[in-house]
Design a protein around this ligand. Structure first.
Ligand code: MN
Length: 390
């Protein structure tokens, strides 16, 4: 089965989250985790943006990119010599440097932002990709706002990028506008209509403005994309990017659905998520898939009973597989007697049937009045029913 090349863009697009600033040493700490998980490509930053960005790219290129078997280290660059040269300089210590050249292709961006014609866009694509290729072998070309571009023009630009030496064609859904079936169809159309595209790698890059970044990325993969650009915890510009942990675990859990697999050591996912959460200062929502605090917690009685019989009843991913520890049964007003009995036993108390029924009733009364039940609540209540032990 095809193995998807993951390009982690936490250190570049992720850093574009409002209020996030990773210092170069922090970027290195995150990049070490990415290497631990086996990420084949790390987009380390946007070298020309600032001295600190340049240093971050350079530090990662030097510390993690110089050994045989090292991942590809990438820097973003706009389609200007100044950007491309800065990326090249910062990437010098890397054995496998990649420059990603970005140029918008939608008429909206060309007319209103860049103020250039389609012809100038084509010429700039050829010229900038050729310049990047004169410096490094591995060039990725990203057509910013691809999903709102005229497809016929997008194919022309991609063809020009390939002719000039690009090896990876990125299809950014820059503003999270695409629908999954539409994004998948666009990936297929690029493969079918751009001469040479089948010998290149097509990369997904999806934003989450409509909550579709994961779905769009997977649709792109199913349609033949070979590279997925994701961020840890889905951080990034505005509503963020496709969350790495979601795309990886979707592939791991049901590879047959997407016709591709992820060659990633998932056991470090949760610790990586916590590290990025701390360094970005962006809390992960408790109900976030895979890495949220509630992802492996079960509270209702029906579910808890199932989990105690066989964890597969209500869990499609084992918490151990992502480094989340064991699943948890939380007690609340919807919890049942099985979980309550298990909790009492874990606190060292076994009650006879009649006493347990009374304890269960008292517990339900208490749980209905409190927002959250903690172990101390159960222990205190147990004292009333098993005073000698507790
Ligand atoms: Mn982006």
């Amino acid at each position: 089965m095809r193995k998807i090349l993951f390009n982690d863009i936490t250190l570049r697009d992720g850093e574009q989250s409002p209020g996030v600033n990773f210092f170069p040493e922090e970027k290195l700490e995150i990049a070490r985790q990415l290497v631990r998980m086996g990420l084949p490509i790390i987009e380390a930053g946007f070298a020309v943006a600032s001295d600190s960005d340049w240093k971050g790219v350079n530090l990662i290129a030097r510390e993690l990119g110089g050994q045989p078997g090292a991942p590809v280290i990438c820097s973003m660059a706009r389609a200007h010599h100044k950007d491309i040269d800065a990326a090249h300089q910062a990437l010098r210590p890397a054995l496998r440097p990649r420059i990603q050249v970005v140029l918008a292709t939608s008429d909206l961006h060309l007319e209103h932002k860049l103020k250039i014609s389609r012809e100038e866009c084509l010429a700039r694509t050829r010229e900038s990709v050729a310049h990047a290729r004169s410096l490094v072998e591995d060039v990725e070309f990203a057509a910013e706002d691809a999903t709102r571009s005229d497809p016929a023009f997008l194919f022309q630009v991609f063809a020009a990028a390939l002719e000039a030496g690009a090896r990876t064609l990125e299809i950014p859904d820059t503003v999270g506008y695409a629908a999954p079936h539409e994004y998948g169809a666009l990936v297929k159309a690029v493969l079918d209509n751009v001469p040479g595209a089948k010998d290149a790698v097509i990369a997904t890059h999806c934003h989450d403005d409509l909550g579709l970044a994961t779905a769009n990325t997977l649709a792109g993969i199913a349609a033949g994309a070979g590279q997925a650009e994701c961020t840890i915890n889905g951080i990034g510009e505005r509503a963020g990017n496709a969350p790495f942990e979601e795309v990886v675990m979707a592939l791991k859990t049901r590879p047959g659905q997407w016709g591709a697999e992820a060659d990633i050591d998932t056991r470090h996912i949760v610790e990586t998520s916590r590290l990025v959460e701390r360094l970005a200062g962006m809390a992960v929502a408790p109900n976030k898939a895979i890495v949220g605090g509630n992802a492996f917690r079960h509270e209702s009685g029906i579910h808890q009973h199932g989990m105690l019989c066989n964890a597969l009843t209500y869990q499609i991913i084992s918490p151990e597989s992502v480094g989340a520890g064991a699943f948890r049964l939380d007690l609340g007003k919807l919890s049942g007697r099985h979980a309550l009995m298990t909790k009492a036993q874990s606190l060292g108390v076994t009650l006879d049937d009649q006493t347990f029924e009374a304890f269960h009733e008292a517990f339900k009364d208490l749980a209905a009045k409190k927002k959250m039940i903690v172990d101390d609540d159960v222990a205190n209540l147990l004292k009333r029913f098993a005073p000698a032990r507790a």
